[in-house]
Design a protein around this ligand. Structure first.
Ligand code: AMP
Length: 288
C-alpha cells in the first residue's frame, strides 16, 4: 500500500544540526529522500510537488523559509504572506514526513560562505533583468538547503520557469548526483496559476488575474498565423484592456531563455509574463 494511505506524523525541525542528524539515520537505512523547498503560504500547487515527491521517494522533506536575500524589493518581502499553521496542516494531510523551518540565523550564520555561480544570460533576461540580485539570493538559499538536506531528488515548479533553469545550473555545478524534477503549474479552474501572492488580491483582482493565462493561450493560438512581435503586441493590448499592467511579455527559447524574434520549433517556445494587478506582481508562462 502506498504511503499516501497513511497520515504520517509530520516532524518539525528548526535546527539544521538536528535535521542533519535525523536525516543521516534515515539515509543509512537506504531510504530515498525527496525535497520540496518553499517560502510557505502553501497551496495546492505546492502540494502537487509534495505528492510527486511522495510518489517517487520513501521520505519527503519540505522547507518553509522566506528568503529575504532573494527579494530585491523590501516592501514585497514585508508583505509576503505567512501562514505556518495552515502550512503544517496541509503538509500533514499530504503525508509529508519532515518540515524544516529554519531561522534566518540558521540559514545565514555570520560569515557564511557566499556561493558564486555564473548564471549567464539567466541573470540578465526576464526575471533576472527585472529583479537584480534575485537569482543570487535564490542560489544562496537553495545551495544551503541542498547542502543541509542532501536529497536524492528535489522538486520545483515550472511556474517559476527561469528559477528551474537557475537551479539546474546550481545542481550541475555543486550537486551532480542529485536529481531534479520540474512539475507542472497547478492552476485554479479559471486558469489562474496558484500562487501565494494571489492571497493579496481582492476577489475582483483574482477574476482579472485569470486573464493572464487566457491571454498566453491566445498568443499561442496565434503562433501559426502571425509573427511573435505582432502576437505579443496584441497580447499586451488585451492585458491592458483588462486593466493588467504588463512588466514584460516575451518569447524565449524554452531551453536557454534566449530571446526570440521568430517562433522556435514546436515545444521550444516559452512565452513568459510578469504583470501587476492591485500592486501585486504575478508571473506565469506557457511552453508550446
Ligand atoms: P514558493 O513558495 O513560491 O517559493 O514556491 C515553492 C515551490 O513551489 C517552487 O518550486 C515553485 O515553483 C512551486 N510552485 C509555486 N506555485 C506553484 C504552482 N501553482 N504549481 C506548481 N508549483 C508551484
Amino acid at each position: 500500500m502506498s504511503k499516501a494511505y497513511f497520515a504520517s506524523i509530520l516532524e518539525i525541525f528548526k535546527s539544521k544540526i538536528q535535521l542533519q542528524k535525523h536525516l543521516e539515520t534515515i539515509r543509512k537505512k537506504g531510504i530515498k529522500i525527496g525535497f520540496v523547498p518553499t517560502m510557505g503560504a502553501l497551496h495546492k500547487g505546492h502540494m502537487s510537488l509534495v505528492q510527486q515527491s511522495n510518489s517517487e521517494n520513501d521520505y519527503t522533506v519540505a522547507s518553509v523559509f522566506v528568503n529575504q536575500l532573494q527579494f530585491n524589493n523590501q516592501a514585497d518581502f514585508e508583505k509576503y504572506p505567512v501562514s505556518i499553521e495552515n502550512d503544517i496542516r496541509l503538509l500533514e494531510t499530504e503525508s509529508c514526513d519532515i518540515l524544516f523551518i529554519p531561522s534566518n540565523e540558521e540559514m545565514y550564520p555570520q560569515n557564511y560562505k557566499q556561493i558564486d555561480l555564473d548564471l549567464g544570460i539567466l541573470d540578465t533576461v526576464l526575471e533576472g533583468r527585472m529583479r537584480p540580485g534575485h537569482y543570487h539570493g535564490v542560489v544562496q538559499v537553495v545551495y544551503r538547503l541542498f547542502d543541509y538536506i542532501k536529497p536524492d531528488t528535489a522538486y520545483f515548479g515550472l511556474k517559476d520557469y527561469q528559477q528551474c533553469m537557475v537551479v539546474k545550473l546550481l545542481k550541475n555545478a555543486f550537486f551532480p548526483r542529485m536529481e531534479l524534477r520540474f512539475c507542472e503549474t497547478g492552476r485554479h479552474a479559471s486558469g489562474l496559476a496558484m500562487s501565494s501572492r494571489n492571497e493579496r488580491l481582492s476577489a475582483e483582482g483574482k477574476v482579472k488575474a485569470a486573464n493572464i493565462y487566457l491571454i498566453l493561450q491566445k498568443i499561442k493560438s496565434l503562433s501559426d498565423h502571425i509573427v511573435p512581435a505582432d502576437a505579443i503586441k496584441y497580447g499586451c493590448h488585451l492585458l491592458a484592456e483588462k486593466g493588467i499592467e504588463v512588466e514584460y511579455l516575451e518569447l524565449a527559447h524554452a531551453d536557454t531563455l534566449s530571446p526570440g524574434s521568430s517562433w522556435f520549433k514546436k515545444g521550444k517556445n516559452a512565452l513568459l509574463a510578469a504583470v501587476y494587478i492591485e500592486d501585486v506582481r504575478l508571473i506565469d508562462n506557457i511552453v508550446f
